[in-house]
Design a protein around this ligand. Structure first.
Ligand code: SF4
Ligand code: SF4
Length: 351
């Protein structure tokens, strides 16, 4: 199972997607519970993947060290903006399996939303951790300023990231003309990028573009149970106050509380939103995002627009399956090479 550990609510940046730090009353800036109790919970899980999260997780490096020194897990990783990477000693970085570093694509696009100089510092962090043998994932936020084809190609071409993943800046931010942008820019860019992905497959190479790979993996390996990020089913988030949550950003919402480090927790029994239960794409999508389903920040019409784009996106990716079947039958690629488990990396698959 995936264990997302919030190390602090504090963040040293103020990106316009999330606005920076959590209020300390929801996510205290220091860890308030007994780490021994967390140890008992995590070590009872033989498949534990521990991912450090924040705020900016490296704003509390002591807690990361304490966990890595005392808790046994099969896999460690971090979701970070990269700017504070020097605060964690090298010997801990060497033990990390994966680092997800926030970067949105080209320098001007990244710095516009995350702050001047952030792109350069994120790349420096990626270079450093990659040199220590840590797998790197570019974790992008995609807005109206993004050209999805150019941003993803840019990040792949840098050679600093082993995988690329993106999330759309929808539902959390103010409503914007998402659908207009999606049909004029995003979906055409997706189709172009997917053609590049297929071209590489024809050469026997799997490009690690997570939103493609995750959907293809769901097709060949049975699909996701619940949302692909695993929220509340295959994944829990441990808040700094000790509450165990289904989703790491749902720090204010009662529905997300599954338990407490002191008392244990219960996973969700029925992870699917009602509106998704009859959807033909359920096995690939699982409801896209539990938080967005539960919290109606956008109007119903705008929410439906996101859903229409998600379906178009899934249709585009699944259109390649007949050819991928042939490539597997001809031995050009192996089915196992298309396997992807998002809970190993703490990604969401569906943008
Ligand atoms: S495509 Fe939309 S309706 Fe279908 S499972 Fe995903 S979120 Fe639910
Ligand atoms: S995809 Fe949604 S439910 Fe899953 S972790 Fe992200 S915000 Fe939470």
């Amino acid at each position: 199972m995936l264990w997302i550990l919030l190390t602090t609510g504090k963040c040293n940046l103020k990106c316009d997607y999330c606005g920076g730090s959590f209020p300390a009353k929801y996510v205290p800036y220091a860890v308030m519970y007994d780490v021994k109790k967390l140890k008992a919970l995590i070590e009872a899980d033989p498949k534990a993947t521990v991912i450090f999260y924040g705020g900016e997780p490296l704003a509390n490096p002591k807690f990361i060290m304490e966990v890595m020194d005392n808790i046994r897990a099969r896999r460690f990783g971090i979701q970070t903006n990269g700017t504070l990477y020097r605060l964690l000693p090298e010997r801990y970085w060497r033990r990390m399996n994966v680092a997800l570093i926030s970067v949105d694509g080209r320098e001007e696009v990244t710095d516009k939303h995350r702050g001047k100089g952030v792109y350069r510092r994120a790349l420096e962090a990626a270079e450093y951790v990659k040199s220590l043998g840590v797998e790197t994932i570019a974790r992008m936020a995609v807005t109206a300023d993004s050209d999805i084809y150019l941003e993803v190609k840019h990040l792949l071409d840098l050679g600093l990231f082993d995988k690329v993943h993106w999330q759309l800046d929808v539902v959390w931010s103010e409503e914007w003309d998402f659908e207009g942008w999606a049909y004029s820019s995003y979906l055409p860019g997706i189709r172009r990028l997917y053609e590049d992905f297929l071209n590489e497959l024809r050469r026997g190479r799997v490009l690690k573009v997570i939103p493609f790979l995750g959907v293809i993996s769901a097709h060949y390996f049975g699909g996701f149970r619940g949302v692909a990020c695993g929220a509340g089913v295959e994944s829990v988030a441990v808040n700094t106050d000790g509450r165990i949550l289904s989703c790491p950003i749902a720090v204010r919402e009662g529905w997300a509380v599954l338990g407490h480090v002191d008392k244990g927790f219960r996973l969700l029994e029925d992870p699917y939103p009602e509106r998704c239960k009859s959807c033909e794409f359920l096995k690939y999508c699982g409801g896209r995002c539990l938080y967005a389903q539960m919290e109606s920040y956008w109007s119903e019409e705008a929410f439906e627009a996101v859903d229409r784009v998600t379906k178009e996106y899934l249709r585009a990716v699944l259109s390649g399956i007949p050819e991928i079947d042939e490539l597997i039958n001809e031995g050009i690629i192996r089915k196992e090479d298309l396997y992807y488990d998002p809970t190993e990396d703490s990604t969401e698959v569906i943008p």
